[in-house]
Design a protein. Structure first.
Length: 162
């Protein structure tokens, strides 16, 4: 192999200089891809884990969970009474957070024109460890005789302490 003369530059020097000058744009593309990846991960977490739900105030979480629960139990024997509802009475304990929610919400129970049953719905605020929720206690009362014809309860967990 022959050694190039000392006053001549190596033929590889311009290629190395070009590669070094292009690293800034490659670094910018890398940062852009990183930002896009983080944004997509955030979107997946927000949508996939239903983060919008967790940001709602408690009374809106209650309505959302309550509607989902009613759809879930729609074809069960205890919920058959829900198809005969003529009136709904919604109430909660005094001095309970649920009492404040009662003033802001309407029960998502369908009222039938010819319904013969009063749904007396009692909301009981519940805290268990770090979670809070509501026990929705249904009592079904015959409107004409004022006799209780059925009852059941469901627990709806709404989140962590608020």
């Amino acid at each position: 192999m022959t050694k190039p003369p000392e006053n001549e530059e190596s033929s590889f020097a311009p290629v190395a200089n070009e590669a070094l000058s292009g690293s800034g744009s490659a670094r910018g593309v890398g940062w852009a891809l990183l930002v896009v990846a983080v944004a997509l991960a955030g979107l997946v977490i927000f949508v996939g884990f239903n983060q919008r739900y967790w940001l709602l105030p408690p009374e809106e979480k209650l309505i959302s969970s309550w509607k989902s629960d009613l759809a879930l139990i729609q074809n069960t024997q205890p919920a058959s009474m829900l198809k005969r509802i003529g009136k709904v009475r919604l109430r909660a304990n005094d001095h309970s957070p649920a009492q404040e929610w009662v003033e802001k919400i309407r029960a998502p129970i369908e009222i039938q024109k010819n319904g013969d049953i009063l749904a007396d719905v009692f909301l009981i605020h519940q805290i268990d460890g770090h979670r809070y929720g509501v026990v929705v206690q249904y009592e079904f009362i015959d409107i004409k005789t004022n006799n209780k014809v059925g009852e059941f309860a469901r627990t709806l967990w709404l989140g962590i302490y608020y």
